[in-house]
Design a protein around this ligand. Sequence first.
Ligand code: PFF
Length: 450
Amino acid sequence: METRHNFGSKIGAVLASAGSAVGLGNVWRFPTEVGNNGGAAFIVVYLLCIAIIGIPVMMSEFLIGRHTHANTISAFAKLAPGKWWRIEGVAGVFVAFLILSYYIVISGWTLFYFVASVAGEMQADKDYSLVFNNFVSHPWLPVLTGAAFMGLTHFIIAKGVQSGIEKSSKMMMPMLLLIIGILVVCSFSMPGSSEGLRFLLKPDFSKLTASVILSAVGQAFFSLSLAMGCLCTYASYFRADTKLPKTAVGVSVIDTFVAILSGFIIFPAVFSVESVSVDAGPGLVFITLPNVFNIAFHHMPALGYIFSGFFYLLLLLAALTSAISLHESVTAYILEAFHLSRKTAAAAVSISCMVLGVACSLSFGAWSGLTLFGLNIFELFDFTASKIILPIGGIIICLFTGWYLDRKLVENELTNGGKLRFRLFRLYYFIIRYVAPFAIAAVFVQELLA
Ligand code: PFF
């Protein structure tokens, strides 16, 4: 069996975890949710969810992973031998596997759009809705792009914790932040962009309904990569001197910053073009934005070329750093449980995920008629993962750290054995015992009833 490695540096730990958190959820899903839920008021609720629920749950995942230095399933088994709590580890690894299989489909789309942008294909006057629909329903092209994306992910995972995950995160995350900076400036310089800023900054609280609040909690969980075993797995590679509370705050701040800046990139651009709407749903970045690039940069095609190229590169990098964390969550388990080499374990995960990925991809075309409860394969996977397993997982993590684990163990891990001061420990403990589990349960029940 392979020896277990740690991340070589604290910054590597932060960037890898931030890489997991920053993903399609920030650049694609967050602006879509903001557009659908009325703008600034949604953002205010979202920020509260991150602070009150997201950060404490992330600290809990970190402490479980770092304390046990094991994959997610063994982590729960070690802390609660012979108890049913290990179910949460199994659910975490399973849900990471499920999400990866459809995450690579959308990620493959971003790869296609990036290549098309570089080839200058996103600059012509076209019906982008048709372009998108033709592409996703094509019999093999999206499967091919999904497979190429999986190949990239596999390559990084096979290289290992330090030379694969840590090294690539240290390269890709600064690049990603730089691209965001460039795009924000580009977007602000478009005429009429101030309307978009108003949409993002002026809350209209009359738009707040229960369903908006629920969407905000769901988005916070997805965006921070919570309850899927990823952060628990990454934390198992943290060194003894990594400060867990500080790392959780740092990762959440980076994640939120990127989500909001993505809004700042997309909405001023969208508002600068009158004929397109902000609540275009998932098509926002694949249909609306290419339209925007064309109309807004009609007289400056070179700028349009740069903007769209960088935008899809941003999406691609974000997707890749998240996909590697989903992959690692499963690979770490397979590798340790079956005593395989990293390369073999990674190949087993890549191939089996790709098989499911093909089914997800085809559900936009040839297999779109194949449904269960009115959902196609892609939607079924997403529903099972994000609406059912994820919230239940979140509740179990809170109950496990707040009620099952010894309070001393929790405090010790968060303070590195008493070496650090963590002044807000009592607040953290209160939230994890009494606030977060009930808040998540409320969301869960409402979602199911909706
Ligand atoms: N947090 C990622 C995003 O915002 O796109 C998605 C994700 C990655 C979810 C890893 C879960 C996960 F374990």
